[in-house]
Ligand binder design. Structure first.
Ligand SMILES: Nc1nc2c(ncn2[C@@H]2O[C@H](COP(=O)(O)OP(=O)(O)OP(=O)(O)O)[C@@H](O)[C@H]2O)c(=O)[nH]1
Ligand SMILES: [Mg+2]
Length: 206
């Protein structure tokens, strides 16, 4: 297994240290179907060198792995991605990306443990694969936002069309993003943080 990011152990890097002002660390999971861009998102936004457990996709995956829309993809996550981002001086998010392929989903239960929220990444060419993911989050009571990773040849839908197609209640935020861009991935996480904050506030008021 290729543990990218941990193959050599370099000396300490300043950005690897948690800011001394950090008060709250929150676990966030990045979920979604195969090849939707989870590893790319964790990698683009992480301020530490992300840990990824990607394996090269080989002939063995043919007929087993659904490669639709990601023909240029050569690696797939087999266990998890891990990264970290400071949202403010005080708030730090630990990001856990899940594997997209069903045969690795037995790992999910552990990955969801203690997660405060989730980002569901969606590819509009394969909306149906998101249902199972969202169902699992609902079962576990993990609040989530939906982020549409806009691949160039993917159909574009209005937010309300997507809400209907994905059967989402009105309060769940739906945003578009390009996970290759750090600012865009960060915006998605800010949307999630605001959503979690609004949930916490409304719980405090009831
Ligand atoms: N054109 C385009 N390509 C993208 C975009 N996001 C990701 N990609 C590419 O799509 C492929 C899928 O990205 P990954 O990050 O490996 O997807 P993943 O969800 O982690 O995949 P699994 O771990 O196998 O489920 C990669 O080759 C990315 O470079 C995007 O917004 N636009
Ligand atoms: Mg991945």
């Amino acid at each position: 297994m290729d543990f990218k990011g941990s193959d050599t152990i370099p000396g300490p890097r300043t950005e690897d240290h948690l800011p001394h002002t950090a008060e709250t660390a929150v676990k966030i999971v990045i979920v979604g179907g195969f090849g939707v861009g989870k590893t790319t998102m964790v990698g683009s936004v992480s301020e530490i060198r992300p840990l990824t457990t990607e394996e090269t996709m080989t002939q063995a995956g043919i007929g087993v792995d659904d490669n639709y829309g990601s023909e240029s993809k050569t690696a797939t996550t087999v266990a998890m991605d891990f990264g970290r981002i400071s949202i403010s001086d005080k708030l730090v998010l630990y990001l856990f990306g899940t594997p997209g392929q069903e045969r690795f989903w037995f790992l999910w239960n552990g990955l969801f443990e203690g997660a405060l929220g989730a980002v569901v990444l969606v590819d509009t060419r394969r909306l149906e694969v998101s249902f199972d993911v969202m169902g699992r989050l609902e079962e576990r009571g993990v609040p989530f936002v939906v982020a549409v990773n806009t691949f160039p040849d993917a159909p574009r839908y209005a937010v309300e069309e997507l809400r209907t197609a994905l059967d989402l209640t009105p309060e769940i935020p739906i945003v578009e993003c390009d996970v290759r861009r750090r600012a865009s991935s960060r915006d998605v996480l800010m949307t999630l943080v605001r959503f979690l904050h609004s949930i916490a506030l409304s719980r405090a008021l009831t």
